[in-house]
Design a protein around this ligand. Structure first.
Ligand SMILES: [Fe+2]
Length: 209
C-alpha cells in the first residue's frame, strides 16, 4: 500500500470510530508537505503504544506504525514544565495546522509516556477522545479518577476541566476537536501554568489537550 493509501485508510478508520461522515476526511487529498516530520522525546513510547493497541484500534495502529516516520509531533507552547514536556506530545492529523488541512475540525493523536500526569486543563473546543492504547486514569470536572482503556470514548464539553494520568503503560488516544479550534488549551492551576499565561484569544491551535 502506498503512503497516500495508508493516510487515506487510517483517516477513514478514525472517522468511522468517531462517527464522522465529513467528506473532507473521507476523501483525503495530498498530505500537506509543510507538515514536516518532527520527533519529540515522548515519541520514543509510540512503538510500545502501537504494539499494545486494543482490538478496535489495531488496524489503525498497524498503519500508524508505517507512517510514524512522517508524523509531525507538537506541544502546546504554553506548557512550560520540562518534566511534563518530556512525556507529552500530540500530532494533528487533520485540522487547521494538520497534515491534512481542515478548517472545521481537528483530528489527531495524543501520546503520554508512562507514569505522568497531564494536569487539569480546559479549552472552549468540544472534545472527544478515543483510547487507542493504554490503561490510564481520566478525570472530568469534579468527578473521581476513572480507569479507561482501549476502545473507550471520553467526551469533554466546552470549557470542562479534565486530566489524565498514566501508570505503567503509555497512553495513545485519538482526539476530535470541534468548534473554537483557534483557542488553546490552558492549565487550570495557576502555579503549573507558569509565567507564560495563556490568553483565551490566542490564535495558537493546540488540540491536545
Ligand atoms: Fe482536552
Amino acid at each position: 500500500m502506498s503512503i497516500q493509501d495508508d493516510w487515506a485508510v487510517a483517516l477513514i478508520k478514525l472517522a468511522d470510530l468517531f462517527g464522522l461522515t465529513e467528506p473532507g476526511i473521507r476523501h483525503v487529498g495530498m498530505v500537506d508537505a509543510r507538515c514536516r516530520p518532527r520527533v519529540l522525546a515522548a515519541v520514543q513510547h509510540l512503538p510500545m503504544a502501537l504494539d499494545r493497541a486494543g482490538p478496535i484500534a489495531q488496524p489503525i495502529c498497524e498503519i500508524l506504525l508505517r507512517l510514524q516516520h512522517l508524523l509531525h509531533w507538537s506541544q502546546n507552547p504554553n506548557y512550560t514544565d520540562q518534566d511534563f514536556l518530556r512525556g507529552y506530545a500530540y500530532c494533528e492529523l487533520v485540522g487547521p495546522h494538520g497534515h491534512i488541512q481542515h478548517r472545521e475540525l481537528a483530528l489527531g493523536l495524543l501520546l503520554l509516556q508512562p507514569r505522568i500526569t497531564y494536569p487539569e486543563h480546559a479549552h472552549p473546543a468540544k472534545e472527544t477522545y478515543l483510547v487507542l492504547s493504554g490503561h490510564a486514569q481520566w478525570k472530568q470536572g469534579d468527578g473521581r479518577w476513572r480507569a479507561r482503556g482501549p476502545g473507550d470514548l471520553i467526551t469533554h464539553a466546552s470549557a470542562e476541566s479534565h486530566a489524565m494520568r498514566t501508570k505503567t503503560e503509555p497512553l495513545l488516544a485519538a482526539y476530535l476537536w470541534q468548534d473554537h479550534l483557534d483557542v488553546s488549551a490552558q492549565l487550570l492551576n495557576p502555579v503549573l501554568r507558569g509565567t507564560r499565561g495563556i490568553s483565551p484569544t490566542r490564535k495558537n491551535h493546540d488540540p491536545a489537550q
